[in-house]
Design a protein around this ligand. Structure first.
Ligand SMILES: NC(=O)c1ccc[n+]([C@@H]2O[C@H](COP(=O)([O-])OP(=O)(O)OC[C@H]3O[C@@H](n4cnc5c(N)ncnc54)[C@H](O)[C@@H]3O)[C@@H](O)[C@H]2O)c1
Ligand SMILES: [Zn+2]
Length: 369
């Protein structure tokens, strides 16, 4: 039996099912969640090739499939235009449904096509990266990128269901897998010390991608994100805690011309923001060391090796879309499993603290954390 988490959303609640082997039931699940609908699958071409080659066990999908090239550049208005044209030519009506098979790129794209085609179709997500399973598939945000920035054109449109099968992760490149782990560490840090300790204890099984262990990891992370997203509807602003590590991460990603993968940027961002929290007297000095140790265990970077233009990095944080005015705002951790809360979930941070944390992040003399 798969474990399911219900994500409560103002625009519609939905279930995330997590279980090894779930993909075999895709036609049944599609019929259950998209009843009596003619459904089309939008698939990452690389993932669909793996599936067609039999690498995803007995997944059976014989319905219509629209493949898109793998990679972030596919998440564009151009691809959205081509997909919607294709659906129109194939005469998909308002009584259709969509299924997105792939990582966060296909998830966000399928969601945005579903949000806009015929003023909105229901859709199912079948995430096949760890990041898409425990982060991108939860929360109902859909988008495509624009030349001016990522995710600038989008809509809130929650899926009808999410089907996460950890067995699909067997083929995921190591670096992509580790990227997803950075968000799992963030989930433990922001709201569950026990989960964080469990990751420390089970690191070997997690890295081995033991299906039952990965299923547990995905399940708990989805529960945490779902809880935060649901709570945000009552107590606006709580969603900001999901942005832990991301103020610094977005700046590092941007400065690297997006060559630094998101998960690696998040690992560095979490470490820097633990440091900022300590400098502001919000967290203990041990917090940074413990977070860095787990990230390092997961093979994520804990030091920024390249030269860093501090002025540009700090300037970038001031213009981050999550900041208000010129001041840098961060959601700061107080301890493992607990975020700092004052008037709200983010606090203005003095630029000296950010600068010092970035210098520390580059410190080559540190041999341990
Ligand atoms: N909607 C949200 O709330 C949200 C949250 C976080 C991230 N995102 C978005 O998610 C995207 C990143 O997602 P991602 O990291 O999954 O990237 P991705 O979709 O580009 O997938 C990464 C790579 O892995 C390959 N791949 C996918 N599944 C595979 C498998 N099972 N085996 C082998 N290869 C596989 C893909 O072909 C691709 O090359 C970004 O566009 C980001 O903006 C959205
Ligand atoms: Zn992230």
């Amino acid at each position: 039996m798969p474990a399911t988490v219900t994500v409560r959303h103002a625009l519609g609640s939905y279930r995330v099912a997590v279980g090894p082997g779930l993909l075999e039931q895709l036609p049944v699940l599609a019929a259950e969640h998209l009843p009596e609908r003619r459904s089309a699958m939008i698939a990452d071409a690389a993932v669909f090739a793996l599936y067609s080659a039999g690498r995803f066990g007995a997944m059976t999908w014989t319905g219509e499939t629209l493949c898109v090239p793998p990679g972030e550049s596919t998440k564009s208005r151009d691809t959205w235009g081509r997909l919607t044209d294709d659906l129109l030519e194939r005469r998909f009506g308002r009584d259709s449904g969509l299924i997105g098979l792939g990582g966060g790129v296909v998830g966000d794209l399928t969601g945005f096509v579903a949000a806009t085609y015929m003023r909105g179709l229901p859709y199912i997500l079948v995430p096949t990266t760890l990041l898409a399973m425990l982060d991108a598939s939860v929360g109902g945000k859909t988008a495509v990128n624009a030349p001016q920035g990522k995710n600038l054109i989008g809509a809130f449109h929650p899926p009808a269901a999410v089907i996460a099968d950890p067995l699909t992760l067997a083929t995921l490149p190591e670096r992509e897998y580790r990227n997803g782990l950075a968000e799992a560490v963030k989930h433990g840090l922001i709201s569950d010390a026990e989960y964080f300790e469990w990751m420390e204890a089970e690191a070997a099984a997690i890295l081995r991608r033991d299906p039952a262990t990965v299923a547990r990891l995905v399940y708990r992370s989805v529960e945490i994100k779902a809880e935060v997203v649901s709570a945000d509807e009552r107590d606006t602003g709580r969603r900001a805690v999901l942005n832990a590590g991301h103020t610094v991460a977005h700046a590092l990603e941007q400065l690297s011309g997006y060559r630094l993968p998101h998960g690696e940027a998040v690992a560095l961002g979490l470490i820097a923001e633990c440091d900022i929290a300590r400098r502001m007297g919000v967290a203990s000095p041990e917090l940074r060391a413990r977070v860095a140790a787990l990230l390092a265990r997961f093979g994520l970077p804990v030091r920024y090796e390249k030269p860093l233009d501090l002025e540009a990095a700090i300037g970038q944080m001031g213009s981050d879309k999550k900041t208000r005015g010129a001041l840098i705002h961060c959601a700061l951790p107080a301890a493992i499993g607990r975020m700092h809360q004052e008037k709200g979930w983010t606090v203005p941070v003095p630029r000296e603290a950010v600068e010092a944390a970035l210098v520390e992040l580059q410190d080559r003399s540190r041999t341990h954390f």
